[in-house]
Design a protein around this ligand. Sequence first.
Ligand code: C5P
Length: 230
Amino acid sequence: MKSKKNQNYPVITIDGASGTGKGVVTHRIAKELNWNLLDSGALYRVLALAAEKYHISLDNAPALTKAADQLDVQFITNELGIPPRIILEREDVTDIIRSEQIGNAASKVGALPAVREALLDRQRAFLQYPGLVTDGRDMGTVIFPEANLKVFLIASPNIRAERRYNQLKAIGIHVNLDALVSELSERDKRDSERLHAPLKPAANALCIDTDFLTIQEVVNQIMTEAKKFL
Ligand code: C5P
């Protein structure tokens, strides 16, 4: 299916691997600009959860593609705006989808080209007035290639695992740090080596190494660039 052409609202894409801080950075920027937000990873995670719920095997591309087409997911934004609650078929799954098990399953469903195609228009539909900040793996390369600003966040594996560990702990998910390091590296490998929409910076992306930066410093760098076209 051919997707509709993007509307003419500004877009900032923030791509990178898990634990680079892209989620929280994206939230802060969306809040600062008062723009819409797309957490594209959440779509893959919700699909992985739906697959588990309906006992769909993670290599059953036709069934997963159908599930992606029919996915009954809503992002409910409260009046503070961010982060949205994520609802799958009337159940709040915001926290459940954050587990590494679902993250890994999301990475398996995300490796299927037909599934990615099925989620394409749904992602582009987030582009609404007054603008969109979006985070993922292929936001700048595939979903919004004409974005006004493309950012790619980088961090070393140990720092990413540590950040991820703390994020999970904060929502009550306790994991073993060593196991997390190996799960993240398995997920990175799959995300970076897949043929379709792999994790990689867009040609004209602003790459930021976040190892020694605070979240606010990363946000400031992005806002400085954004102000050039705002
Ligand atoms: O960003 P997050 O960790 O929530 O993403 C979960 C998984 O979903 C990633 O490991 C990746 O495989 C997949 N994903 C993707 N394309 C995106 C966003 C996420 O393939 N745009």
